[in-house]
Design a protein around this ligand. Structure first.
Ligand SMILES: [Zn+2]
Length: 431
């Protein structure tokens, strides 16, 4: 049973200050009398569509010492998310209807955020034979997005077949663009700093060559491609040109690639080791520009929890990846709002509605029209805070620790109920 709420004096994305009414899980135009609405003072808070993450590693099944669907859901709710997409590189791999349904069920049990499984493109992420894409699409988990993330679908014939296959049900292939032959022993961005540090270089062309190829195959098949974690200026330019030519492509950028650079590798702290690697200031600027001008559609976290022992080691042996669900909003605000270069409408699009559209989630990414499911996030743009390494995630590999951040999620409302309220998780009883 859902409650009734009256969010007093919230600021909308176009700057209007108004009350938002929620009744039985839905946004409604006007409060009905005698419904006993609980009033919440939202003065100074901006109300946004609940955030949707297209790229979350939840680690369950198989790697529950790093994260579970439940702990990742708590971290997501605290970050303002009402929907997350669970990447397929679990153990077993999410390459069958059975595994994707299991993950969806674990998400329902946790009850804090909508967990949409992503299906693997190839069996076991091995890049050899197509997984049962149709069975996953028809399963109760209703998978529309497929990815071998962590691995690149590097065989062009297989990529072509996957793109052809997903057209039947309006699906999309999300590519982790990394030419494996160009990244053997790669550890960080290729360039003078990698040479100086004695770490294997990761050339930009390893990403760009795959994106260029996939754009051509997408055009050939008239299918739909999503490019994961774009990290270079050249990739942004390729996607910009492809969109201008009418190729059906969308792209994501991570919070860390929008804020951090390869210079952080200088201290050999594996906290900053990530795939694709942190790049140069010029790349960061191009990514920001692409996000603002619409070339890049979404900010996706690539939240990648790892246990302490995988990060408390030397650079070369450490795992790739960083967590990011709880800090993504603050990075988005810094890049889009505090920079003076964009606005809250664009922020709502890149954090929510564009992602919902790419993945076909019709209960998400909607805004304040009467009758839509109340999936909303309320943020305080003036709140400054210091992210801590220990978060609601089970892992502490947080590269934003020690940075002063501005703008913070205050409340998250999932299907009409608070999942996160005044900086605390609200665990619903009986779910
Ligand atoms: Zn990836």
């Amino acid at each position: 049973m859902s409650g009734n709420y009256l969010l007093r004096n919230a600021t909308t994305t176009n700057g209007e200050v108004r009350d938002v009414v929620i009744e039985s899980g839905l946004v409604v135009g006007k409060a009905a009398t005698g419904m006993g609405h609980e009033e919440i003072d939202c003065k100074g808070l901006v109300v946004l569509p609940g955030f949707v993450d297209l790229h979350t590693h939840l680690r369950e099944p198989g790697f529950e010492q790093s994260e579970t669907v439940a702990s990742g859901s708590r971290s997501a709710a605290a970050g303002g998310y009402t929907a997350i997409h669970a990447m397929a590189n679990t153990f077993p791999v999410a390459d069958t209807a059975g595994v994707v349904e299991q993950i969806a069920r674990l998400g329902e049990d946790a009850g804090l955020v909508f967990v949409q499984p992503i299906g693997a493109v190839t069996v076991g992420l091995k890049g050899e034979q197509l997984a049962e894409l149709g069975a996953m699409a028809q399963s109760k988990a209703r998978v529309r997005m497929f990815s071998d993330d962590g691995n690149c679908v590097h065989d062009p014939a297989l990529m072509r077949r996957a793109l052809e296959y997903v057209k039947a049900f309006g699906g999309v292939v999300a590519q982790h663009a990394q030419e494996p032959r160009l990244t053997v022993n790669a550890q960080m961005n290729e360039g003078p700093l990698a040479t100086k540090l004695g770490l294997g270089g990761w050339p930009k062309v390893a990403e760009e060559a795959i994106i260029a190829r996939d754009l051509m195959i997408t055009e050939l098949t008239s299918s739909r491609l999503h490019v994961c974690h774009v990290s270079t200026a050249g990739s942004v330019e390729l996607i910009r040109q492809a969109k201008a030519r009418g190729i059906n492509v969308s792209a994501e950028v991570t919070p860390h690639h929008l804020l951090l650079t390869e210079d952080l590798a200088s201290g050999y702290d594996p906290l900053y080791k990530v795939n694709p690697p942190l790049r140069t200031t010029a790349d960061v600027e191009a990514l920001r520009e692409g996000l603002i001008d619409g070339t890049i559609d979404v900010i996706a976290t690539d939240h990648a929890p790892h246990p302490k022992e995988s990060k408390d080691t030397d650079w070369a042996s450490a795992a790739f990846g960083m967590v990011g669900l709880e800090t993504a909003y603050s990075v988005a605000q810094q890049v889009l709002i505090d920079s003076g270069k964009s606005n809250f409408e664009r922020l709502g699009a890149v954090m929510s509605s564009n992602a919902a559209a790419i993945s076909g989630l019709d209960q998400q990414g909607k805004y304040l029209s009467p009758g839509v499911a109340a999936n909303l996030t309320l943020v305080d743009p003036k709140d400054s805070w210091d992210p801590k390494p220990q978060t609601l995630s089970m892992s502490e590999n947080n590269p934003f620790t020690g940075l002063k951040m501005q703008g913070r999620v205050r409340h998250t409302i999932y299907n009409g109920e608070f999942s996160y309220r005044d900086f605390s998780i609200v665990q619903r009883v009986g779910i």
